[in-house]
Design a protein around this ligand. Structure first.
Ligand code: G
Ligand code: G
Ligand code: MN
Ligand code: NA
Length: 256
């Protein structure tokens, strides 16, 4: 309860921060954008990892205002960097919880944030886990269709770790598969199947006309294997950890 009050307080005092991890285009090797990842610098407990407060925020409903803050700040920052770079487009990815999708006015919230920040819809990607697709309700589908109609990119995060069937992939207007890092991790492995699963996901994405983003690349060998497979985009410590805004801005200006 104390942590819940602290989090509420941090949100009200604008004390949360975003870190940004670059997304690399594997064709050009350029930084084309970032994934925004929330951080909580706690006054006495130090930096609290999202894994230690997102579940609390979800359980208490705080994720709704918190998620809106993240969306707003990420869009505001994207517009600022893009403007500083002479209008070079920047793709910003934001993680969205099921609890946020469950809000009937979620699409309106997104529209409002785009208007407030001047962010172009086609520069924003919303990442959701397969759990959103597993909640196979009409309301959910309608929500995704409305978001898609705004011109946003919709991505499935941690793809391959949930239970979404291929049928769901056709039913929902998904643009991008983010290949979970557990698959990427095994790319250096020697066991049969270590590369086959990743290869299959990349092919699946291609055949459905979806972009593929590999997560968690840490070694050159993994990068080389993914390039060979034709994976389009990449993130991971090999390129950069999630970094504070000032550093991310420099990475974007340098382009690499
Ligand atoms: O940033 P890593 O640094 O530790 O993130 C851990 C987990 O927290 C990831 O699964 C990531 O998707 C999630 N996460 C990070 N930022 C956000 C956010 O703003 N909203 C939601 N819903 N999840 C987030
Ligand atoms: O679930 P999601 O993909 O949003 O989670 C992003 C999480 O993955 C963040 O915690 C981020 O710090 C972490 N991450 C990003 N790149 C790497 C990597 O190369 N290796 C590892 N181990 N974690 C990574
Ligand atoms: Mn993510
Ligand atoms: Na992920």
């Amino acid at each position: 309860l104390e942590l819940e009050n602290d989090l509420r307080d941090a949100l009200e005092r604008n004390a949360l921060r975003l870190h940004y991890q670059p997304t690399i285009d594997l064709d050009t090797n350029e930084v084309i954008g970032f994934e925004a990842l929330v951080r909580w610098p706690h006054p006495t407990r130090g930096m609290i990892n999202p894994l230690d407060f997102i579940p609390l925020a979800e359980a208490t409903g705080l994720i709704v205002p918190l998620g809106k803050w993240v969306l707003h700040e990420a869009c505001r920052q994207a517009v600022e960097w893009s403007t500083e770079a002479g209008g070079r487009p920047l793709k910003m990815s934001v993680n969205v919880s099921v609890r946020q999708f469950d809000q009937t006015d979620f699409a309106e919230t997104v529209v409002a944030v785009l208007a407030e920040t001047g962010m172009s819809a086609d520069c924003l990607c919303l990442e959701m886990t397969e759990s959103v697709l597993m909640t196979d309700t009409e309301a959910n589908l309608e929500q995704l269709v409305r978001l898609k109609a705004l011109g946003l990119t919709l991505a499935i995060d941690d793809f391959g770790t949930g239970y979404s069937s291929l049928a769901y992939l056709r039913r929902f207007p998904i643009d991008t598969l983010k290949i979970d890092r557990s698959f990427v991790e095994r790319l250096g492995g020697v066991l049969t199947g270590d590369t086959a699963l990743t290869d299959t996901i990349v092919r699946l994405g291609k055949s459905l006309g979806m972009a593929t983003v590999a997560e968690g690349i840490e070694e050159f060998g993994q990068l080389a294997a993914l390039r060979e497979m034709g994976c389009g985009f990449a993130q991971g410590y090999y390129f950069s950890r999630p970094v504070p805004a000032a550093e991310a801005g420099r990475l974007f200006m340098e382009g690499a």
